[in-house]
Design a protein around this ligand. Sequence first.
Ligand SMILES: Cc1ncc(COP(=O)(O)O)c(C=O)c1O
Length: 437
Amino acid sequence: MQMHHYDTATEKMAQLCFGYATQRLRLDPVPLDHPMSLAELDAAVGPTISAAGHDPEQVIGWFRDVLAPACISADSPAFLSFIPVAPTKASQLFDVIVSSSAICASDWLEGAGAIYAENQALRWLADLAEFPSTSGGVFVSGGSAANLSALVAARASIAETRDRPPRWRVALADQAHSSLVNTLRIMDVDALTIPTGPDDRLTGEALRAALDADPDAGSIFAVVATAGTTNSGSIDDLAGIADVAHERALWVHVDGAYGLAGLAAPSIRDHFAGIERADSFVVDPHKWLFAPFDCAALLYRNPETARHAHSQMAPYLDSMRATEEWNPADYAYHLTRRARGLPFWFSLAVHGTDAYRDAVEATLDIARDAARRIDAAPHLELILHPELTAVLWRRTGWSHEQYYEWSNAMLRDQRAFVMPTTFHGETVFRDIAFDHS
Ligand SMILES: Cc1ncc(COP(=O)(O)O)c(C=O)c1O
């Protein structure tokens, strides 16, 4: 059996796959769909992998008729939970091209053209943050991978300037994303967790007070600020945090996986004042910059520090090291990497950055409109005025169970995917607005 040649069987399979992809891309609106239980999937599909293989038509049929509808579509306009995604058609189409090309974008030797284009997309993000022209970074799989890579670079950089304490620590707010807790666990680093107030926001003063009160502050190597908490969309006081952290020679990492897309929106640009003084930041185009999964942009003010921390050395990699050009593998914990920034780059190149500015602004308008409607409804209460696109609201008088019963019914009836969250100990609703136009 031929697996690598473009023969008539492959041609037939291409028509099947591109036919399905085209039909999926044409869906408007994209239906929500819903998960199925393991028993239901077993009954509907069962084992798909056999020694002899199956006709592609049958396998695509399993996917089209059962497996795909058993996944909630994060690009459905009815998807209002977690963090939705609305990839542009251009980015989705180019993802097909990336998959049809075998580009290893770890290093310039293998992936020069792809890296050249990816770096222009990174440059647009760096410019939005007013990072210097010498800054640079890499597209990684997600905010979690970026947070881990940035803090590994931070520790390596600070370790060059200080004696190693018995335990390294990182200062972060109680609202920092769960991936950071995980990052610290992986790095075997302790946390100085700083409580935030009712608005979920870490301020420079709170950071200063926590560091002043800490008997072991010398073990802290970095401060993580969040530009858009996942639960409520609050933006930390980036300028105040940078002031305090840099007085003490601490690395500032800004986790803007969700919220830093807001840099593109003039109406809220001032909320991010201070981002230009961060040492590293992450923003996920697969969240609010209309790129398909998985695409996160990690930027360093001084990429050289990250290169020292992350470069991998092996005899078989010597040829890759022979160039002075950009090797993306050097800026995160990975080696082989998909050119996952290209779908985002293609869409930016085709649509232009004004279209991105307008789409981010449009999303903010949707969130503000939702907040107004909630405010006006007698049976609903707006909990926080949305700073970004997360809208938190209460259904007056409802119990925890009623929230979940309503959410489940909404999903069952395919009306919306709106999951409750917990805000300061209370079960409430959280919607994330998105622009699908
Ligand atoms: C603020 C923040 N940081 C980090 C992450 C983790 O990003 P990812 O899911 O892309 O790994 C998320 C995801 O929701 C997030 O909202």
